[in-house]
Design a protein around this ligand. Structure first.
Ligand code: CAA
Length: 386
């Protein structure tokens, strides 16, 4: 029996910032952002979207009448949750009208949460092949105005169903992981913006990748030649390029160029959206599926990294049922219909945080199906506009 990713959909708000304009405003050479960081645009998140609404907007496209009653768990990866106690999965479960006989929980380990969800889901489906698990990664990446991390902000959500005989990716059995208690990136409870030791975080990311990749090779006897492509957690797309370059010398010249071509395919969407923390690896995987030319049976390697830190390498092969046309059309439409905001508007939206008292938000500018309409009695008011 194969187990793996059956569906993989994405949502981010329709407002975005062009990073050439940000570079001009910050008096930085635009090529630092476009080439040095590898980002062209970033999603700007309005106050009417949070991790729950973004997850609902993505997940409503993977839940349908056929699979609604098969969903046994909702595993919600996030590092920008909205409550210290109640899980974002519980709100999501209600918004999606999922049945009550399910488990709904939140998973936190920086950008690694959704990968934990995928792995737990795989194990669950192995025991219960007739059921499915909804795995979500939803985040808003905030470092602060005029900080070095500003150019690596963004936000959005991915939603996946993990099932037997999946339509996208059959997961291989072996995955290798590593954890170490370090301070490369963190966000104390009292802060809305992350703290980061930028260069150190990049170095640890690469060290973790090399360690889990070496461990994976020795456990499986697989070599880089067994891989058609790699998908990386992309906090910014140059990060994935640095990781790929760390292993490229293991490949033949011909394969190096094929891995580079597929890497370019894997960063098309991320370059335009920015960091979505838990969802970034899976947006990159979606980008690879849609923008590369892949065939059933080809093997993809996935590297997940969550600061603090947890890293995991795992792999899967393209399913026989693989078809990407609908997803491509969705992304074409999404990118063609976004609204660019100028730097002043982005700064205003960035500062517009929810107050800690009752408020009614103006949702008229927000074209999403699920929106946050305000706070009443310390409870977020979510609306499904369909
Ligand atoms: N043309 C082309 N390239 C240029 C350039 C120009 N005019 N000017 C500079 N560059 C290049 C630099 O040479 C550098 O390249 P390398 O990284 O290959 O050396 C690159 O642009 C960035 O320049 P700096 O190192 O000077 O950039 P910076 O000090 O402003 O900060 C950063 C970069 C550390 C990534 C910062 O944006 C940051 O802290 N980001 C957030 C942290 C992060 O994303 N870490 C990633 C690992 S942690 C993780 O993955 C979890 C997560 O999601 C947070």
């Amino acid at each position: 029996m194969h187990i793996g990713i059956d569906q993989l959909e994405f949502y981010a708000p329709s407002t975005y910032l062009d990073l050439t304009e940000l570079a001009d405003a910050r008096q930085v050479d635009p090529n630092k952002y476009l080439i040095g960081i590898g980002q062209s645009q970033q999603a700007v998140i309005p106050v009417t979207q949070d991790v729950v609404t973004m997850a609902a907007n993505a997940a409503s496209r993977v839940i349908n009448d056929e699979n609604r009653n098969k969903i046994a768990m909702v595993l919600f990866g996030t590092e920008s949750g909205i409550d210290h106690s109640k899980s974002a999965a519980m709100y999501l479960k209600r918004l999606l009208q999922l049945p009550d006989n399910i488990r709904a929980i939140e998973l936190k380990q920086a950008c690694y949460g959704a990968t934990a969800g995928v792995q737990f889901a795989r194990d669950y489906v192995a025991l219960h092949p007739e059921q499915q698990v909804l795995v979500v990664g939803s985040d808003i990446a905030r470092y602060g105005l005029k900080t070095p991390g500003e150019v690596t902000q963004g936000g959005g959500a991915v939603a996946m169903t993990i099932s037997a005989e999946p339509a996208l990716l059959n997961l291989d059995d072996v995955s290798t992981f590593r954890s170490e208690d370090i301070m490369d990136f963190w966000r104390p409870l009292y802060r809305t913006e992350a703290l980061v030791d930028g260069r150190y975080s990049e170095n640890v990311y690469i060290d973790f990748f090399k360690a889990v990749w070496a461990n994976y090779q020795s456990q499986t006897n697989r070599h880089i030649r067994d891989f058609e492509a790699f998908a990386f957690h992309l906090p910014f797309t140059k990060m994935g390029l640095k990781a790929l370059r760390a292993v490229l010398p293991e490949a033949s010249e011909q394969q190096q160029s094929q891995l580079m071509t597929n890497f370019e395919a894997s960063r098309v969407y991320n370059r335009l959206v920015g960091n979505l923390y838990t969802g970034s690896l899976y947006l990159s995987l979606r980008s690879l599926f849609d923008q590369a030319t892949l065939k059933p049976g080809q093997r993809i390697g996935l590297f997940s990294y969550g600061s603090g830190a947890e890293g995991e390498f795992y792999s899967g092969t393209i399913s026989d049922k693989f078809d990407v046309e609908a997803s491509k059309a969705w992304f074409d439409h999404y990118f063609a219909n976004r609204t660019q905001v100028d730097v002043a508007t982005y700064e205003r939206l960035f500062k517009q945080q929810l107050p800690n008292h009752d408020v009614l938000l103006d949702t008229r500018q927000d074209d999403a199906r699920f929106v946050l309409a305000g706070i009443k009695h310390d409870q977020r008011q979510y609306v499904d506009r369909e």
